[in-house]
Design a protein around this ligand. Structure first.
Ligand SMILES: Cc1ncc(COP(=O)(O)O)c(C=O)c1O
Length: 450
């Protein structure tokens, strides 16, 4: 009873004093906020003492090494005691340089330079500024300022990153936004907005990009940005020829290719960077989240050598860029990923997981299960013939039911997304599939579906 009162008091304090990001206050008031108090491995406890298996790396896919990793916590502590800050301008900490070297070793060939910010949004801002300053510096396209992004993409919350963003509705409420952004269709699995045959739709997406560059004027287009695997509607793995052909188009018009690897970087898909699945070297990669396994806010850009070297004076400064605490966390994260072969395990355990998930395809409301590495999704449908979407509220009920059964999954519009920490064991993956199956069946029965 006493315990219950404490939770209620905490929830009331949350409502009275905390502004939730992207959660409706009416939902928070009705269902209560989700207050967590501690975690170990992939198990996390809420304020009522209930334990959950976190199969979504805390919804944002940041906690890629689970909770309570003392090695990373100690690396941060030791660094903060030794040198917690080194300034900016020409100043830099030794730890920050060491991180840049370690990232370059694992990057697509030729990507050598890094610059840091504090988040994925800042990483994308950095990328846009680097792209514009590159064109200005080389003098070949001195007026190139436009950015082309993709329908349904998410690139962040700051104004430039948000202008590139097209999901979650966040862009509209804050408009007018930053000028110079336009959007093109992106590859989607299972269904597409035009009802085209899928292969035709993929070709259309690629052709559309070229037409958009021509329409905007190649001399004005600085960069094209895309998530290698778009998150919206659940893990949109593109066809194998998509990124190679996009690379060719970007090269043809001297448009820089920015790969937003804020989710997919550092092992999520079974490679250090997802673009390595297709052997494509972007001009700039943006990263955040798993670079420190969520133990410290850090993001950044990884830039091709010739692009970094063509910018003689990068006009950008942030007080906390390359913060030594974050860089120490990232160095330890990389060391653990390598030592425990977690990038390789993400690929093999991801294949194991997807294979187990495939049995869900037999359920009447499951349209498709898909994924790459430890990043998978269940795409729901109300009609397998037409591939019509299931109602979002019904998908939400499935995610909620999984939570009631002790497994945290993410709703991604019409699908359920699963992105566990890379330390997930096969028995945890099995449990997740069992709980997903049970929850889907229960909701089907209650909602009279299928
Ligand atoms: C692909 C992608 N890019 C950028 C961002 C923005 O990162 P942050 O929330 O760290 O600013 C996110 C966040 O979810 C993301 O998923």
């Amino acid at each position: 009873m006493e315990h219950g009162r404490n939770i209620d008091a905490l929830a009331a304090d949350a409502i009275d004093h905390y502004m939730f990001g992207l959660a409706r206050m009416e939902d928070i008031r009705r269902d209560g906020p989700l207050i967590y108090t501690e975690g170990k491995g992939l198990e996390v406890k809420d304020a009522a003492g209930k334990s959950y298996l976190d199969m979504m790396s805390m919804q944002t896919r940041a906690t890629s090494l689970g909770f309570g990793n003392e090695e990373i916590a100690k690396a941060i502590y030791d660094q903060l005691c030794k040198l917690h800050y080194a300034g900016c301008f020409a100043n830099v900490a030794d730890t920050t340089i060491r991180l840049s070297v370690e990232i370059a070793k694992r990057a697509p060939k030729g990507m050598t330079h890094t610059c840091y910010g504090g988040s994925g949004s800042e990483a994308n801002e950095l990328a846009f500024k680097a792209a514009k300053q590159y064109h200005h510096a080389t003098g070949r396209k001195p007026r190139a300022y436009k950015i082309i992004a993709r329908w349904n993409a998410y690139h962040g919350a700051t104004m430039g990153a948000q202008a590139a963003t097209d999901s979650l509705g966040t862009r509209h409420a804050s408009e007018p936004g930053v000028p110079g952004y336009s959007h093109v269709p992106a590859p989607l699995n299972y269904r597409n907005p035009f009802g085209m045959e899928q292969r035709k739709y993929y070709d259309f997406c690629i052709d559309y990009l070229e037409q958009q560059i021509l329409h905007e004027g190649p001399d004005y287009v600085a960069a094209f940005i895309g998530e290698p695997i778009m998150q919206t509607f659940g893990v949109q793995v593109p066809p194998d020829d998509y990124w190679p052909r996009v690379r060719e188009i970007c090269d043809k018009y001297n448009v820089l290719l920015i790969a937003d690897e804020v989710i997919s970087g550092f092992g999520r898909t079974g490679k250090w960077f997802a673009m390595q699945h297709w052997g494509v070297t972007p001009d700039i990669i943006t990263f955040a989240k798993a670079v420190t396994a969520g133990y410290f806010p850090l993001g950044g850009i990884l830039v091709k050598k010739e692009i970094a070297e063509a910018i003689p004076h990068f006009l950008h400064i942030q007080t906390y860029q390359g913060h030594p605490g974050g860089c120490a966390a990232a160095l330890k994260t990389i060391e653990i990923l390598e030592r425990d072969k977690l990038v390789e395990k993400s690929l093999s355990n991801g294949a194991y997981f997807l294979d187990k998930m495939k049995r869900l395809d037999n359920l009447a409301i499951v349209g498709e299960t898909r994924g790459l590495g430890l990043w998978t999704a269940i795409d729901f449908t109300s009609n397998k013939k037409t591939r019509a979407t299931l109602q979002q509220e019904q998908v939400g009920k499935i995610a909620k039911r999984m939570r009631q059964h002790g497994v945290l999954a993410g709703q991604n519009v019409y699908g359920i997304e699963l992105a566990p920490g890379l330390i997930a064991t096969q028995s945890q993956l099995d449990r997740c599939v069992d709980v997903a199956e049970q929850s889907i069946k229960e909701v089907m029965k209650e909602e009279r579906l299928g």
